[in-house]
Design a protein. Sequence first.
Length: 137
Amino acid sequence: MTTRVLQMRLVVEATDYDEAVAFYRDALGASEELQIHGDAGEKVTILDVGRATLEISNPAQVAMIDDVEVGRRVAPRLRVAFEVADAAEVTRDLASAGAEIIAEPTTTPWQSLNARLSAPADLQISLFQELDESPAE
């Protein structure tokens, strides 16, 4: 069976467009695919953030993830998660770039290192790093 969906694009309205672009492109490191500015002040930047998935969770699952990552229920209806190679380093970098840390990187029961931040464009984001499951030598 062939898939009909070729790409998922999350469209975010950012009141402070320049701050949001600088944060997600420069601090997070998403590469710029396209930038268009219109004659009447319209601006859009499309960033490549790697593979996209759509995670659909029921309220109990969202509450459980909040409990594991943060220790309490904090997630809005939509949360954006980015897989990164080093969750601790990227958390520090994004905090330096203006994000507010909600929860420091925490090892989850499913063996990832997750952090939660409040980021520009009014997004709550999770950073996650898949941990090596092989036993230590």
